[in-house]
Ligand binder design. Structure first.
Ligand SMILES: [Zn+2]
Ligand SMILES: [Zn+2]
Length: 344
């Protein structure tokens, strides 16, 4: 038994069950799962699980601790069914989160196996050969010897065999499709609650369906990174545009916006467009901002007339160096006055 598993649930009794009821439930399970009687591949595990659950409830201190842990029910209070809530990740694109969407979610849940009515065992009209020993009653052991087959107790044939549909668990997995309406404006990490839609855990007769929580996770977006309600976007812009200023188009989630860059020098390469981030959930809930960061892009090669233009620009700057590039002017003033020796 996993130490966090509820022993009441394993034994299939209410939390206020009397010791007699607990003992009866344990005996039923132990009889059913005893590996000498039950050929199921899970028999031994289930048998041990029931033993461990029973042992923990026989200890008065553990019994009290479990009763506290499962809701503080005292003996005699009306039985309360166990609820199993469950959380699942729901991945959304930024657009789906921003504008709302409908998603189909495949949920694996456990249903009773119809083939064996949930018992894990098939009763046969006539005996069938034991699958563990192929009907001979003995199985190979270490050292080349053989031993009595534990699947059939050496009889070779069985009136019961493990249910193949559910691998003797009595439960089978079923896929259920849930259509979920995602409201607009959900943010990463938020949880949508679907009341009573949690899948039922296997083997737990007393459980009732709890709530299913869908935890929102954003899929990576090619243009934006969400930070709370703000959308961050890196926008490449040519070094010429960055120097000259002018209109630059930037993407929003569903269209384009325009930023008028001032001519160089800009106070900052970061621009904030209020309200163009992720929307709020309702009218009073304001939308986030679109935060654009411009990144300068240099051409990887220059053509002839660009070189001419750049040379003219450089001459113009040098002629007005004192005013517009004082550090360059200061540098030139320190140079010796004789003419350069390097070839042009
Ligand atoms: Zn079955
Ligand atoms: Zn056998």
């Amino acid at each position: 038994m996993n130490s966090s598993e509820d022993p009441f649930a394993i034994l299939g009794v209410n939390h206020d069950a009397s010791l007699t009821e607990i003992r009866q439930a344990y005996r039923r399970l132990a009889m059913h799962w005893h590996p000498d009687r039950n050929p199921s591949v899970v028999a031994e595990t289930e048998f041990k699980r029931a033993n461990a659950a029973y042992a923990s409830l026989l200890d008065p201190q553990q019994l009290a601790a479990w009763r506290m842990a499962v809701g503080g029910e005292s003996a005699g209070s009306p039985p309360k069914a166990l609820r199993h809530d469950c959380t699942q990740i729901l991945s959304l694109t930024l657009e789906e989160a921003a504008f709302g969407s409908q998603k189909n979610i495949e949920l694996a849940h456990r249903v009773r196996c119809e083939n064996c009515q949930g018992s894990g065992i098939i009763q046969h009209q006539n005996s069938v050969p034991c699958s563990a020993c192929s009907g001979c009653g003995r199985v190979p052991r270490a050292g080349g010897r053989t031993g009595l087959c534990s699947g059939c107790g050496g009889r070779g044939y069985l009136r019961k065999s493990a249910c193949p549909t559910c691998a003797a668990s009595g439960w089978r997995e079923d896929l259920r499709t849930l259509n979920v309406i995602v409201p607009s404006g959900v943010l990463e990490g938020e949880r949508l609650r679907l009341a009573g839609q949690a899948p039922l855990p296997a083997g737990n007769e007393t459980a009732t369906a709890g709530d299913l929580y869908l935890e929102i996770k954003f899929l990576a977006h090619p243009l934006f990174v969400a930070e709370g309600k703000d959308l961050l976007c890196e926008v490449p812009v040519s070094i010429y545009r960055l120097l000259a200023g002018g209109a630059v188009e930037v993407p929003t989630l569903n269209s384009l916006a325009r930023i008028d860059l001032p001519a160089y020098p800009q106070p900052s390469l970061e621009f904030r467009l209020p309200g163009l981030g992720l929307p709020g959930k309702h009218i009073d809930d304001s939308a986030g901002d679109l935060v654009v960061h411009f990144e300068s892009v240099y051409p990887n090669r220059l053509v002839e007339h660009e070189l001419e233009l750049l040379n003219r620009l450089d001459h113009a700057l040098l002629s007005d160096c004192q005013q517009r590039a004082p550090s360059l002017a200061a540098w030139q003033a320190q140079l010796p006055t004789h003419s350069s020796t390097s070839a042009d």
